[in-house]
Design a protein around this ligand. Structure first.
Ligand SMILES: [Zn+2]
Ligand SMILES: [Zn+2]
Length: 109
């Protein structure tokens, strides 16, 4: 993280919180953890109490699952695989055969 010397305002890189001497003027600068806004997840206690909106269950809700990929079927005539939408019968783009996708109800005959 970058810190700025309080004496000569030289910016220099430090590995983390602590006391570091300025490479320019030698003044010791105290670097606090809150300077960079980095979360203190390394073995410390969690962030400020009361920060969580809902006390008790600190678990955030799991993200929604990714959308299901479009169905991919294989043409029984030419074995060409292609992606179909939400339709019952698709037309093979390779040979033009009608292929039932299995989606939806099979009421139409
Ligand atoms: Zn300095
Ligand atoms: Zn085909």
């Amino acid at each position: 993280m970058m810190v700025r010397c309080g004496a000569c305002r030289t910016q220099f890189e430090v590995p983390g919180p602590g006391r570091f001497a300025c490479p320019n003027c030698g003044s010791v600068n105290v670097v606090r953890d809150a300077a960079g806004g980095a979360p203190s997840e390394m073995g410390g206690y969690p962030t400020a109490p009361g920060a969580a909106p809902s006390a008790g269950s600190g678990q955030p809700p799991p993200p929604p699952p990714p959308p299901a990929p479009l169905p991919r079927i294989q043409c029984p005539e030419c074995e060409f695989t292609f992606i179909v939408g939400d339709i019952v019968v698709a037309t093979c783009p390779n040979c033009g055969a009608e292929v039932r996708t299995g989606a939806g109800s099979s009421e139409e005959e």
